[in-house]
Ligand binder design. Structure first.
Ligand code: SF4
Ligand code: SF4
Length: 288
């Protein structure tokens, strides 16, 4: 099962949930955690993995052979990202805007465009005890996270439980991270911002046709608007974690709930069981 852990906003405790769940499932089959929050990967702080390999992520950007190029302008016409332009005798490329789609080189009538790799980040992999681990890091100043996320996801096993720690928000990197998931766990908190961003995240999952459920974190200090919204939308709240100074202390030290408060392990195992039931029921009854 591929299970994404996402949140409409940052700072909800998404990574704490993803890593606590992974550790709680230890000994219950193959578990892999993929940290796709490549702009700010944090799961390694909690899991403390031994890194055993790494690879640069290269985006194929165009290189124009000016001797072969006829300045016909077709490459500039086809580029949706304005990453290549033709001005009179000059063909200019803007590698930082290029998404590496390959359209310009494919359509160049003179075959004047070759591709060269531009490094946009790195992926690293290893293990934390029995948990397989991988994460990506986007280079500083680099705008395009999806190629790095795709590279992290290429490391996914084809069996067992794969937990994806997705970036916060609802933009392209989130879509790239959760795409192909069997389920998405949305972590939120009972605040007006939490509710607003949860609504956006739920709409995103609906568009992607990914079933979702909620972890309500830091609960018990506010109104019940998140619960009311979940009831209205028929989205299950699968786990509630109270606002608690001990949990906050563990979080600030990079300690998971599974390690710092082992009594929570059973709660995470139950959470996984509920998700499994939803996914199983949906696979037997896909129109739900
Ligand atoms: S499409 Fe090819 S030949 Fe035409 S301007 Fe671009 S690089 Fe030159
Ligand atoms: S590879 Fe795609 S994005 Fe990059 S310059 Fe060519 S057409 Fe534009």
């Amino acid at each position: 099962m591929i299970l994404s852990v996402a949140s409409g906003k940052g700072g909800t405790g998404k990574t704490l949930i993803a890593t606590s769940l992974a550790l709680s499932l230890k000994g219950r089959g193959k578990v892999q955690l993929l940290d796709c929050d490549v702009e700010e990967p944090n799961a390694h702080i909690f899991l403390k993995p031994v890194i055993s390999g790494s690879e640069e992520v290269l985006i194929p950007v165009p290189h124009v052979d000016e001797n072969t190029c006829t300045r016909c302008g077709k490459c500039a016409e086809v580029c949706a990202y304005h990453a290549i332009a033709v001005f009179g005798e000059y063909v200019l490329t803007f590698p930082e805007l290029c998404h590496g789609c390959g359209a310009c080189s494919y359509l160049c009538p003179e075959k004047a465009i070759s591709e060269e790799g531009r490094e946009s980040g790195i992926v690293e992999w290893g293990h934390s005890d029995t948990i397989e681990f991988a994460h990506g890091r986007l280079n500083i100043g680099e705008a395009m996270a999806p190629p790095v996320i795709r590279k992290v996801k290429e490391l996914a096993h084809d069996n067992g439980t794969i937990i994806i720690d997705a970036p916060p928000g609802t933009s392209c990197p989130v879509v790239e991270s959760v795409r192909g998931s069997d389920f998405c766990l949305l972590v939120t908190e009972p605040t007006p911002f939490g509710l607003n961003d949860l609504e956006l995240a739920v709409e995103t999952m609906k568009e992607l046709d990914i079933p979702c459920g909620i972890v309500l974190n830091r609960a018990g200090f506010s109104d019940d608007k998140v619960e009311a919204y979940c009831r209205k939308e028929n989205i299950p709240i699968l786990l509630t974690i109270p606002l608690d100074t001990e949990i906050a202390r563990l979080y600030s030290r990079g300690v998971t709930l599974a390690e710092g408060l082992p009594e929570w392990r059973e709660g995470f195992v139950e959470l996984y069981g509920k998700i499994w039931e939803i996914v199983d029921e949906r696979s037997r009854c896909p129109q739900r």
